[in-house]
Design a protein. Structure first.
Length: 262
């Protein structure tokens, strides 16, 4: 009887351990989790794809624990872009916001209603209006709310809004953000360096652990607030134009040959 009890206990313990292992593996952090956090902060799909490529080239080198560290560093970099502070009421910002609206008589048109952790409900300006503000205006606008409301705004910033903030932050602040972002990239085998930096733009180079350049991304004037690079659109237009000219030349040549044969 004692032997059967011990055997039963061992089986139960083994089953429990197996269930625990399954539970832990089921909730293990994945590359998709890292990509989702990166997207929420406005990082480009090209950067994210470079991360995917490096991760899947040797996933065994990037266990869940390293991916957790990458996510933590992405959040840390996000907090360096914008964070809460003391409330500073500022009427100037409201006037500026009204000036950039198509219809000044409805300054809260398209506004976003949020609920803060203290239970207060308030309305902030729309995503489009926020993006149009300068960096100083953005900071002044957010600080015009209570700290709890500021946190609610930050928690609900869109990727496009984060991208506009990243583009506008002062150079020294950009360097701090890139330093933290580089630590996040290291967890998936990538190295991020600054190619060009000003108060209005930022160009990053991303290399793998072999030193090979895998992507260059720019958060500057050439990039739309939606994330599309105008240079890419211009290149596509140029290709289509060259194809159109080539086709026209080919048709003219065929026409001349046809006439000479006749």
């Amino acid at each position: 009887m004692l032997k059967r009890s011990i055997t039963g206990l061992l089986c139960t313990a083994a089953a429990a351990a197996g269930m625990l292992t399954f539970s832990m593996s089921a909730y293990a952090t994945t590359a998709d989790d890292v990509a989702a956090v990166a997207r929420s902060y406005g990082y480009s799909e090209e950067d994210i794809q470079a991360g995917y490529n490096e991760y899947y080239s040797h996933p065994e080198d990037h266990p869940s624990e390293r991916l957790d560290k990458a996510i933590a560093k992405l959040h840390e970099a996000g907090s360096q872009i914008i964070t809460t502070g003391p409330q500073v009421p500022n009427n100037t910002v409201t006037t500026t916001v009204q000036a950039v609206e198509p219809e000044p008589e409805t300054p809260q048109s398209g506004g976003i209603t949020l609920t803060a952790s203290d239970g207060t409900t308030f309305t902030r300006i729309s995503k489009e209006e926020f993006i149009k503000l300068s960096y100083d205006e953005k900071m002044a606008y957010v600080s015009s709310f209570t700290p709890a409301q500021q946190q609610a705004i930050i928690d609900n910033l869109s990727p496009e809004e984060y991208r506009s903030l990243m583009k506008q932050t002062p150079s020294q602040q950009k360097l701090q953000i890139v330093g933290t972002l580089s630590e996040a990239a290291e967890e998936i085998g990538l190295n991020v360096t600054v190619d060009e930096i000003t108060d209005d733009s930022l160009t990053l180079a991303m290399r793998n652990d072999r030193g090979e350049l895998v992507n260059v991304s720019t958060a500057g004037a050439s990039v739309e607030d939606t994330g599309y690079d105008r240079r890419g659109l211009i290149a596509i237009a140029g290709i289509l134009l060259s194809l159109g000219i080539s086709a026209a030349v080919l048709l003219m040549r065929r026409f001349k040959i046809s006439r000479s044969e006749n």
